[in-house]
Ligand binder design. Sequence first.
Ligand code: CAA
Length: 401
Amino acid sequence: MKQVGIESIGLYVPRYYVPLTDLARARGADPRKYTTGLGQELMGVPPPDEDVVTMGANAAHEALRDVDTDKIDTLMFATESGIDQSKAAAIYVHHLLGLPPRCKSFEIKQACCGSTAALQMALAFVAQKPDRKVLIIASDVARYGLVTAGEPTQGAGAMAFVVSAQPRILALDNEWGSYTEDVMDFWRPNYLDEAVVDGKYSIKVYIKALTESWKQYTEESGRTFADHEHYCYHLPFTRMAEKAHQHLAKINGGLSNPEQIKASLRYNRKIGNSYTASLYVGLASLLETSETDLTGHRIGMFSYGSGCMAAYFSGVVLPGYRDAVQPGRMREMLETRRALTIDEYEAFYLHELPRDGSRYLTEPHDTGRYRLAGVEAHKRLYEACAQAPQAAEPAHAVATG
Ligand code: CAA
């Protein structure tokens, strides 16, 4: 069968963040609980005129830089913080990006694993018709209550990637492991804006789902722990990946080598959870910040969606991947954000759009190329920003190496 995999990727993160040391002080917590215990440093915060559509469109704009958009046959939008029960976020993005009318566009949901379900479906689409390209967008706002245990594990961001039979970054292997179990570890009823979570239980289920999906993946592929040079995990917070990697090494009778996950954690530490996007943020972080030439290296990938469904799969980094990734672009995205005070963060958090159908125009903030201009008659109004976004003062550099 022809090689199928990831041809291009794009990242977008909100232009605003809260340092977790500031949040810890405001909540009366020891900052080391957040920075060491959870392994998080900064938390991305979307302004009121940004949502999963605008973040997703921004990420897709990056992923489509060198891709002929006329070839995009399908757009799959994975999110668990969607903005409509019926109309797919994909349709708004289809319009904002000017994709061809023949491009099928729809939304996919299974918590943080929706993006990986989309990837698996895209592989089948492309295998069936190799001249087709599929655009996948994973975009989410991770939102728990103010002053809750989940608050420091919030974040937001979007990843977009093009899947095709001309992969330039990662060729995906054919063997997958899956695990599904009906559990209530994390969910969000339709009437709530914040997730409900049984935090400690969610960590246990994550580890169980890793064990089970890895088991099937290794049975199908015949590969062992030693056959993967690097590992990427779903990243609710970076300590979770460290725990997961130690567990995987242990059940395979080996010792966990932190170097195998180190580069994949750098961006999440400065973004926070981005649900469907977070595994792929980890991949982007590995590809962009690893000082090692990753060509030919196999990466083990674990995707976890609460509720729960998980997937284990892998891919091999392709020669020339650095040219396709264009190192520096994603790092710049992270280094040009602005810090919010706790009062500003809470004002963003508490902002609500009217629910009575009245007309309301949002105040413009930095939202990249696209913004939510407002609402009218229960319709969301999106627009491309008139000016190219202005970079904020550089802050918080992302270390490589
Ligand atoms: N210095 C250093 N470390 C400290 C510390 C200090 N002063 N105080 C506490 N810690 C450590 C703790 O020992 C603990 O580490 P270990 O687990 O390694 O022992 C860590 O900091 C966290 O402390 P607690 O367990 O006491 O924290 P908590 O109970 O307040 O909440 C949480 C932690 C459960 C993760 C909570 O933030 C939460 O509910 N988050 C949302 C749910 C989540 O992210 N679940 C992950 C799996 S589910 C999933 O992956 C899907 C998804 O995206 C949501």
